[in-house]
Each structure stands twice: as C-alpha cells, then as structure tokens.
Design a protein around this ligand. Structure first.
Ligand code: SF4
Length: 395
C-alpha cells in the first residue's frame, strides 16, 4: 500500500505520526510524500484553535480530491472531539481517537534531532484549553520503559533528543516516579549527546530541575515555559497554577545558574479580561523578563471549555491587534538575546540539510547558525564563535 500522512499541531503529533509511519514502513508499505496519490491517507489532527480545525478539514478534502478511492484515516485531537462531524466527511473511512496512540513514540526521519514523546494527557483543565478533553488524563510509561525506548533512539544514531509531552513535568506522577528522576537516568545514556525539554509548566519547573540541567552532562540551557498571560487577574481567569511572581522567580533562577540560557514563552493574546490596561501589564511584564522569544497564540473559543462561560470577552479585532503587538515584542526580545551572545563560543550540532552551499544547526542555547557545507560535519558537534555573519534569525 502507498501511504501518505499529514500532521497538524504540536511536536507530539509529529513524533506520533513519524513513529506510526516507521512501523507501517517496516510492515512493507511504501510511504509517499503528502500531496502524492496514495491508497491510504493518514491525517493526525489538532484542536488547539479554530484555525487548526479548519486546516484539518482542508487536509481531509485535499486527500479525497487527490484520490477519491483512497481510505482516509483521521486521528488525533480534532478526531477525538469531533468524531461525528469528521465521519460524515466524504472519503473518511476511519476516525481514531487519541486512545489508539502509543504511550511512547519518537520521530525517526531526521537522525540529528528526534522528538521523543514521554508523556500524554493533562489533568490541569486550564479554562481556555480543550486538550484534556481531547487527549485525556495525564499518563506516562515507567522510567524503565522510557529508558528502553531512549536506548533504541540512541542506537538509531540520534544525537539530540527533544523530550515532548502534553504536560511533560507531570511525568510519573501516577506511579510515584518523578520527572527529575527520569532526567537523571536519561543523562546516563552516553550515545545521546544532547537533550532539550520541549516545554514545562512553571509550577513544575523546580529549582532542583533547574540545578540539575545546569550541571548535567547532556541537558541543554534551553527552556520553554508557558506564560500565557502577564497579569495575575488573567492568569486566575485561565486557572493557571502560578502567578507572575512565581514565573519571574523561575526565570531569575535559570539565569543565575545558566546566564546564557535561551528561554521561550507561550503567550495567549486576547483571552477574556485582557483589557487595554491588562494588556499593557503583559507587555511591561514580558519586557522586564529575560525571555528570548515568544510563541504567540490568539485566543479562540474552544467548545466545551470553561472559558465559554466567563465574561469580559475581547472583540476579535482587538485580539489580533494584541497578537501583532506581541509578535513585535518577540522579535525585539530575540534580537536582544542573539546580540547578547555575539562573540561567545557555543557548541552547534550540524544538520544534513543543504541550502545552496550552506549547512545549518542549533547552538546549545537555541540560536540558529549557518556555515559553508561540509559533509564530514553532518551530525557532529562543533564549537563556533557567534558573529552577525553566522547567526540566522530564526526561532
Ligand atoms: S496545562 Fe493547561 S494549557 Fe497545557 S495542556 Fe494542560 S490544560 Fe491545556
């Protein structure tokens, strides 16, 4: 069978699709690029925003146009929350919820960087978020099982592993194991030269984890810590489990022990209660923090979430205005961060991709760099001095 797959949404979905395609390939199927004629189309969907759902519907229609006789299998978060709607779409033969996904999975097409799913689901029920409904409660394999999969990744030759999950820091909480204990064990796998933690909630990022990363063999000085709102009033409306003071204290701790660390933050624009006055607080708060760049999302109502019943709705044009302002701030923060790293020596893992006569890689603290292509450097680590000429402005 010829199989094509399309993935929407988060790195978790990418890891799961890649893992599934690898297994289908091992069973003798031919994997073809999305956009080609196939016998089976697999679409791994996302429900994080209304725009993400629209893209899922479009992908289903595109697959059906490409080959009206093909089987179309729709899986993932949108499939979980809108199964009845999706089943009625022309060409859809199967709708699979998230329970059919494996607990541990990893991407495999790129040997330089591998996304490794170590945790799924979430118990937090932030008021804007449909993910706990789509992916279910927090769960993870044991440390022992996770280490077995990590050894397989190391055997495949991956040098950098990005630990992903829905709420990664809750790893092990239902079996009396901890995320920190997992990190300590993973650090012992010598074949893996680098680890990044894809995202961790600020209330779960303990000082012990920060200190461990600072002194570990392979965990990199790169954090992704969702902020979502920069005012305590809006954080409370969101039911987030921290306030601005806690968030700021975590960043201060990181910068004390890892002064060159890259810190990314998710921020949501236009959530209920984000009046102009509150939004100014967000801008001032973010500007005051050692954040390196932002992932900006525009709030949209998600069916079934508690936010639907909250007052203080923000008009959609204002949400977009706030989004644009945050993106500008993100660019400014990123320029400041990269400028702070000029003339510093940082290790880079070079990738196989070749553009013109250049090759690319990420520094340990997540600055994109380029150099003239040299095939002998692919998948190796080289320490370079950062200059305006080798930095590529990308996050
Ligand atoms: S922590 Fe909040 S935003 Fe993140 S997945 Fe859980 S409910 Fe959603």
């Amino acid at each position: 069978m010829k199989i094509a797959a399309h993935t929407l949404g988060c790195k978790l979905n990418y890891a799961e699709t890649s893992d599934l395609l690898r297994r289908l390939g091992e069973e003798g199927n031919t994997i073809v690029e999305w956009g080609n004629v196939a016998d089976i189309y697999i679409i791994n969907t996302c429900t994080v925003t209304a725009v993400a759902e629209k893209k899922c519907r479009n992908a289903i229609r595109q697959a059906h146009r490409q080959n009206p006789d093909a089987q179309i299998v729709v899986m993932g978060c949108f499939a979980q929350v809108a199964a009845e709607e999706i089943k009625k779409m022309p060409g859809v033969t199967q709708v699979l919820g998230n329970e059919s996904k494996r607990l541990l999975s990893y991407s495999g097409e790129d040997r330089t960087r591998t996304f490794f799913k170590i945790q799924d689901g979430c118990d937090y029920f932030c008021t804007y978020c449909a993910i706990p409904y789509a992916r279910g409660r927090s769960r993870s394999a044991t440390i022992e099982e996770t280490l077995c999969a990590a050894h397989r990744i190391a055997d495949n030759g991956a040098k950098e592993v990005i630990l992903t999950g829905v709420n990664t820091g809750t790893f092990g909480q239902h079996q009396d194991e901890s995320f920190l204990d997992l990190l300590k064990e993973l650090d012992q796998i010598k074949g893996i030269l680098r680890y990044r933690i894809s995202s961790i909630e600020p209330n779960l990022l303990t000082d012990d984890i920060i200190d461990f990363v600072a002194h570990s063999r392979a965990f990199l000085p790169h954090f992704h810590i969702p902020l979502q709102a920069g005012s305590d009033h809006v954080l409370q409306l969101m039911h987030r489990r921290y306030d601005t003071a806690l968030y700021a204290s975590k960043l201060q701790k990181i910068k004390t022990v890892m002064p060159d660390a890259c810190i990314a933050a998710d921020v949501m624009a236009g959530f209920n209660g984000e009046t102009e006055e509150e939004f100014q607080k967000v801008l001032t708060f973010i500007d005051s923090l050692p954040i390196s760049y932002l992932h900006v999302f525009t709030y949209s109502d998600r069916p079934g979430t508690a936010a639907l019943k909250l007052g203080e709705k923000i008009p959609i044009p204002v949400r977009h205005k706030h989004t644009a302002r945050l993106l500008e701030l993100s660019e400014k923060k990123h320029r400041e961060f990269t400028a702070s790293q000029l003339d510093k020596a940082r290790p880079v893992l070079w990738e196989a991709t070749e553009h013109g006569d250049a090759m690319f890689g990420w520094t340990d603290n997540y600055i994109r760099v380029a150099r003239p292509y040299d095939s002998s450097l692919v998948n190796t680590i080289e320490t370079i001095t950062l200059t305006p000429d080798n930095i590529v402005n990308e996050t």
